[in-house]
Design a protein around this ligand. Structure first.
Ligand SMILES: Nc1ncnc2c1ncn2[C@@H]1O[C@H](COP(=O)(O)OP(=O)(O)O)[C@@H](O)[C@H]1O
Ligand SMILES: [Mg+2]
Length: 221
């Protein structure tokens, strides 16, 4: 589902050069739940962003669902990203001025899905994370765990083949973190969604199919 070959990423400014990733080779199979661990600054988010076509490699190739990606800034890549990928971030990234339902509808709005279908699919996504009764709430009126469940609903509303989650439980206490993890595990099992998750939490990683460890931009396991 995801194939990464000889991937390197170097960030350059006028004065410094940072090698964030150094010759990574990684294949993620359809339906696999992969976790990525490693110390802060080792390149986890960079790798996830490149898998998510949000950032461009300096070297190497990325293939998503059989399609090799060449032009990262094109409209067709943006459309492909919107169709294939759902994102979940540590700090939720909800829009504070929109209620929960409107937050979840947003990706469908970008995909030009009609109003009625948008509403129906968003309600369904919220129901699947147990938040249909909070549709008219605003993000500030929810707990951290609830916010992350909204973010999951938003990530899955377009029925993406792949979910990329960057420390999704990093800002949550262990009870809420476990709830979020249960939802991701269910999604992986029931919908066969391929998931790549960055985590600091070994017990979360232990529930996934496979663990990849990064150190200083290099894959060490
Ligand atoms: N936009 C950027 N410009 C310059 N350096 C960056 C940028 N993004 C990340 N880096 C550097 O790349 C390395 C990897 O960062 P990151 O992928 O965010 O690590 P992690 O998510 O594992 O904490 C770090 O040394 C970081 O400082
Ligand atoms: Mg990070």
């Amino acid at each position: 589902m995801i194939s990464i070959q000889n991937l390197s990423k170097v960030y350059r400014t006028k004065t410094i050069e940072t090698t964030a990733l150094n010759n990574i080779n990684l294949d993620v199979k359809k339906g696999e739940f992969l976790s990525i661990m490693g110390p802060s600054g080792c390149g986890k988010s960079t790798l996830l962003n490149i898998m998510g076509l949000l950032d461009e490699p300096s070297k190497g190739s990325v293939e998503i669902d059989g399609q090799s990606i060449s032009n990262y800034n094109s409209k067709s890549t943006a459309r492909f990203r919107n169709q294939k990928l759902g994102f979940i971030f540590q700090s939720f990234h909800l829009i504070p001025d929109l209620n929960i339902l409107d937050n979840v509808e947003l990706p469908l709005l970008y995909a030009k899905v009609g109003r009625k279908e948008r509403r129906q699919r968003s309600e369904q996504a919220l129901e699947s994370v147990g938040l249909k009764n909070r549709m008219r709430h605003f993000p500030s009126q929810l707990s951290g765990g609830q916010k992350q469940r909204v973010a999951i609903a938003r990530a899955i509303v377009g029925k993406p083949a792949i979910i990329l989650a960057d420390e999704p439980t990093g800002n949550l206490d262990s009870a809420m973190g476990n709830e979020v993890m249960e939802i991701l595990l269910r999604l992986n099992k029931v919908m066969d969604t391929t998931i790549v998750m960055v985590t600091h939490d070994a017990s979360m990683a232990g529930k996934t199919n496979r663990l990849v460890r990064l150190y200083d931009g290099t894959q060490i396991q």
